[in-house]
Write a protein that binds this ligand. Structure first.
Ligand code: F6P
Length: 609
């Protein structure tokens, strides 16, 4: 068993641990710098004997160098750095008209180089290659991670366990094309012979957030709007009866198609909602209506059939697609192709594939998702900034922050390394966000004068819609984008007391009106928000999160942290059922702590009043 010591700084909240003097630590462990990467050990509870134990990346010389470098960076202010045009140019990256400006990050060329060295040390390239090659990098579930195969052209190949999966992907896509065309052109009709004009997509988490984000992003694109032909697409995620009422409000069962979307087909909320909506349909149309009005998307086709949905009306995907990475599988493509037509979804897939190729093939210094991931690690693990605000200046991207919140927080919000060793640093960040300018009138106060929150501004050059009121200085979209440009500078540059004094601000107000500035952000400028660009944006963030996971050396593709709550809810469910059917209260012998027992009883009493 290797001796593991807790570096002093690891105990300081939100800060990267100070690596122990690297050579001393390695000497103590009998390692030279060359053997830093691993030694064969006798194994432990997580790692079979004879396998290689890697020292946490936090004990590497590259980590130590970054840690040392924080002092230099903390002595610099973005107000000054931004005057340097050469620096700006060296921190802008462009790929296929996607423009990304990192110049408002607290970084210099040295920082970037040190981060690239860290990527090297973490074997980022090898790990990326393993992912793209279909290796079982999700080790706790023994699965490959290949959402990138979902958007590959027909003529490419990628093998999982010796089998090329691209033909399987396209078999499902062809089935979606055929089915959605038949529904959209009225060939596939409901139980009473009427065309199915509305869709309710039931699913939660990754089976909901991604499709909702893409739907919201495409809804007001002129071409997509025309293609939706007045059809409605509703999502039902929450088991809250209010969400059920909202999803079904005003819909006619005769003209409604229901899609049950669940990778596992066991998620309690989704299955209860599916039964509820099935009852809504069959109460009006009879049991046989299920065949015409309900379809499914799942990896578990056996459970789909047991639920009563014809397997011919099921659209499969595979265990190598993680739930939160599934929007480019049938999970997203089926409901969205019903709404906008299959061709638009092909454009979306092409956009995602474009970024996958950029991620896979571009040297790291020009690789946008890699740089985004590295800078996020710099901000969070080294500079102690534990959150990220995703701020689209684009109403059509209003659901993007919630989707990315799941992609990032469920992926890298981990406490142990991929080998099950406790991490000597904090991985993951708290993601949140709202579209601008709404957010400005809500939480930006804290971002400007409270905690330092690295921001990601996303703007679009050409809006999906245009409003220009005669006599106004600028159009609505220009006004929005004026704020996009202004906010990033307000954060970076700030406003000092001398300027305030020169403006005649009274002394007692100066502390309140001072902006310290030096607050980091990245600006992303998209030329437009077409389905292709939406696909690019999605893959950009997916690959950025993967980069972070590879460097922190966590498994970004499992989510054991969501399990305990599910188990406890199931225990409450059983007890609640017993209490209700026997008209009794929860007692001490039911095993809940006093707090939970009292709250459940209060809830049960309230229901009985
Ligand atoms: O509870 C978390 C989770 O497992 C997510 O990872 C997943 O996206 C969601 O639940 C829904 O799961 P399913 O698609 O299997 O219903």
């Amino acid at each position: 068993q290797l001796h593991r010591r807790t570096p002093a700084a690891a105990r300081r909240p939100g800060r990267a641990p100070v690596a122990p003097p690297v050579h001393a630590a390695q000497a103590q462990l009998g390692l030279t710098d060359k053997t830093h990467d691993g030694i064969v050990t006798s194994g432990n509870a997580y790692r079979p004997a004879g396998t290689v134990k890697r020292l946490p990346i936090a004990y590497s010389p590259e980590w130590n160098a970054l840690r040392e470098h924080t002092k230099e960076i903390e002595s610099l202010h973005l107000r000054d750095l931004l005057q340097d045009e050469e620096r700006t140019d060296s921190l802008v990256r462009e790929h296929n008209s996607l423009y990304v400006d990192f110049s408002r990050q607290n970084v210099t060329q040295t920082t970037l180089q040190l981060l690239l060295n860290l990527a090297e040390r973490a074997k980022l390239r090898t790990k990326m290659n393993a992912m793209f090659a279909g290796e079982h990098i999700n080790n706790t579930e023994d699965r490959a991670v290949l959402h990138t195969a979902l958007r590959m052209p027909r003529d490419e190949q990628v093998f999982v366990d010796g089998k090329d999966v691209v033909p399987d992907v396209w078999e499902v896509l062809d089935k979606i094309r055929d089915f959605t065309e038949r529904v959209r052109n009225g060939e596939w009709v409901g139980a009473t012979g009427k065309p199915l004009t509305d869709v309710v997509a039931i699913g939660i988490g990754g089976s909901y957030l991604g499709p909702l984000f893409v739907h919201t992003a495409m809804q007001f694109d002129e071409q997509c709007k025309n293609l939706s032909q007045g059809r409605k697409l509703r999502f039902l995620a929450n088991v809250d009866p209010v969400d059920v009422a909202k999803a079904l409000n005003g819909l006619n069962p005769e003209t409604t198609l229901v899609i049950v979307i669940s990778k596992t087909f066991t998620t309690t909320e989704t299955m209860l909602n599916a039964r509820t909506v099935r009852t809504w349909l069959t109460a009006e149309l009879g049991q046989e209506a299920v065949a015409k009005h309900m379809v499914a998307v799942s990896t578990n086709l056996k459970l789909v059939e047991e639920f009563g949905i014809d397997p011919n009306n099921a659209f499969g995907f595979w265990d190598w697609v993680g739930g939160r990475y599934s929007v480019t599988s049938a999970v997203g493509i089926l409901p969205l192709a019903l709404q906008y037509g299959f061709e638009k979804m092909e454009e979306f897939l092409r956009g995602a594939h474009d970024i996958d190729c950029h991620f896979r093939d571009t040297p790291f210094q020009d690789n946008i998702p890699v740089l985004m991931g590295l800078i996020s690690i710099w901000n969070s693990t080294f500079l102690g900034r534990s959150s990220v605000a995703v701020l689209p200046y684009c109403q059509a991207l209003s659901k993007f922050p919630s989707h990315i919140q799941q992609v990032a927080m469920e992926s890298v919000g981990k406490q142990v390394s991929i080998d099950g060793e406790p991490l000597p640093f904090k991985a993951g960040e708290i993601y949140f966000g709202e579209p601008g300018t709404n957010g400005q009138h809500s939480f930006y106060q804290l971002i400007h004068q409270g905690r330092v929150v690295p921001c990601e501004f996303i703007g679009v050059v050409k809006s999906q819609q245009s409003v220009y009121l005669k006599g106004e200085l600028v159009s609505n979209h220009d006004e929005l984008m004026c704020n996009f440009f202004a906010q990033a500078d307000a954060l970076a540059i700030g406003k000092d007391s001398a300027t305030l004094r020169s403006e005649g601000v009274p002394e007692y107000l100066i502390p309140h009106k001072t902006f310290s500035g030096n607050r980091p952000s990245t600006s992303l400028l998209l030329p437009s928000l077409t389905p292709f660009r939406v696909g690019q944006l999605l893959a950009l963030y997916e690959n950025r999160v993967a980069t972070q996971g590879f460097i922190w050396n966590v498994n970004s593709f499992d989510q054991w942290g969501v399990e305990l709550g599910k188990v406890l809810a199931s225990r409450v469910r059983t007890m609640m059922h017993t209490a209700r059917t026997r008209s009794r209260r929860i007692t001490i012998t039911d095993g809940f702590n006093p707090s939970t027992r009292k709250m459940i009883n209060r809830y049960l009493d309230g229901k009985n009043q």
